[in-house]
Ligand binder design. Structure first.
Ligand code: CAA
Length: 380
């Protein structure tokens, strides 16, 4: 057992912290207010190596471990969860999926620009009638010999408009149910592919979430990821890793809100002393810090297991379940500690509270994480 981060890990954390403070903090309130995608900031994150952290350098990535990734995700998420969801989807759903399951040609063509931050990717599983029940795919990919004919609609797609490459799950053989689903690499601009309306969201308003429409889109056979019928297993495996990313995002949102509440409580005076000296507030801070530390340990354990090449499905679901519940609870308490100031945009905590909610929903709701965890416990 070693709870000490390496010098390299500390440096990565510091680099992410500095970047978040210097480049993401200015304008974060405005971007949230006007739903402005952080395009310049994401470009800079790509140049610094944050968009393909775990990809091997030969494919344009940073060649780092998952621990480094979650440390960076926590720091970026403390300041701007809209930027960190772009980072999470690109790193853990798109790049990791392509590196692990893509052909050499697919890696050269798509992974290299994605990992080096030249372009952004999207992961397209959810549909109007298939959210938690992800096997019920209505989008179809009919086998036409040298290509698939793609038809259907995807919903709530992160990076929906800003992406250039989309990993799209679609049903090829209905008889085979989830074993007849394929994952196709779709490029923006392929005829018949239309980016639909942008969602007007409660939180992570700087990120662009869209519906996507596919009408007779011809996708070459060489753009299928893995063997015929591998698409659903691909989505599940990739999401298991993705959940570590969202868990670290939730952790960052919680830690960011806690740091603001701690600072405020030491400055704000009431009844002749700082509010931190009132036990009502001091105990809140103690509970917030304890839960955040527990969430951090779950996140690091899941990341460590992944780095060791061990199964991490249960631990990533536990990390995501717990960290997202902590994020929601801590951000509500942070608003409470700020009182009236917490309810206005200038103090950041109300945004963090709105951003926290999505971490209990995307990449598998809290209820789905409990399904995953309990099934694994009962089969052990
Ligand atoms: N690894 C590999 N295979 C897996 C797996 C895993 N972790 N989990 C499940 N599978 C396989 C199963 O083995 C099974 O395959 P076989 O029958 O061939 O053995 C197949 O998947 C179906 O599994 P189940 O029978 O358990 O199916 P189910 O319908 O009862 O439950 C589920 C599946 C776990 C609920 C799944 O549908 C699920 O995870 N739903 C949530 C979907 C989700 O997370 N969506 C997020 C959208 S992406 C997103 O949010 C990104 C973003 O924008 C930020």
């Amino acid at each position: 057992m070693n709870f000490q981060l390496s010098e390299e890990h500390e440096m990565i954390r510091q680099a992410a912290r500095d970047f978040a403070q210097q480049e993401l903090l200015p304008g974060v309130i405005e971007r949230d207010k006007h739903e402005k995608f952080p395009a310049e900031q994401i470009k800079a994150m790509g140049e610094l190596g944050f968009m393909g952290m775990m990809v091997q350098p030969e494919y344009g990535g940073g060649g780092m471990d998952t621990i480094s990734y979650v440390l960076a995700m926590e720091e970026i998420s403390k300041i701007d969860a809209s930027a960190s969801v772009v980072m999470s989807v690109n790193n853990s759903l798109v790049c990791w999926g392509l590196e692990k399951f893509g052909t050499e040609e697919q890696k050269q063509k798509y992974l290299v620009p994605l990992a080096s931050g030249q372009i952004i990717g999207a992961f397209c599983l959810s549909e109007p009638e298939a959210g938690s029940d992800a096997t019920s795919q209505r989008t179809t990919a009919i086998d036409k010999g040298d290509h698939y004919l793609l038809n259907g609609t995807k919903n709530w797609i992160t990076n929906g408009n800003s992406a250039s490459v989309y990993l799209v799950m679609a049903q090829t053989d209905v008889e085979k149910k989830h074993r007849g689903i394929n994952c196709l690499i779709v490029e923006k601009g392929m005829p018949g592919f239309i980016v639909g309306k942008k969602e007007d969201k409660m939180g992570i308003r700087g990120s662009d979430t869209h519906s996507l429409m596919f009408t007779d889109v011809k996708v070459p056979k060489e753009n299928r990821l893995g063997e015929d019928g591998f698409g659903f297993t691909f989505a599940m495996k990739v999401l298991s890793g993705g959940r570590i990313g969202i868990a670290s995002q939730a952790l960052g949102i919680a830690a960011g809100a806690y740091e603001l509440a701690l600072k405020y409580s030491k400055e704000r005076k009431a009844f002749g002393k700082t509010i931190s000296e009132h036990q009502a507030i001091a105990f809140k801070l103690a509970d917030m810090a304890t839960r955040i530390e527990a969430a951090r340990n779950l996140v690091l354990k899941a990341a460590w297991l992944k780095d060791q090449g061990q199964n991490f499905d249960k631990e990533s679901a536990m990390a995501k379940l717990y960290a997202s519940e902590v994020a929601m609870w801590v951000t509500v308490e942070a608003v409470q500690i700020h009182g009236g100031y917490g309810y206005v945009k200038e103090y950041h905590v109300e945004r963090l509270m709105r951003d926290a909610k999505i971490t209990q929903i995307y990449e598998g709701t809290s209820e789905i994480q409990r399904v995953v965890i309990s099934r694994m416990l009962l089969s052990e």
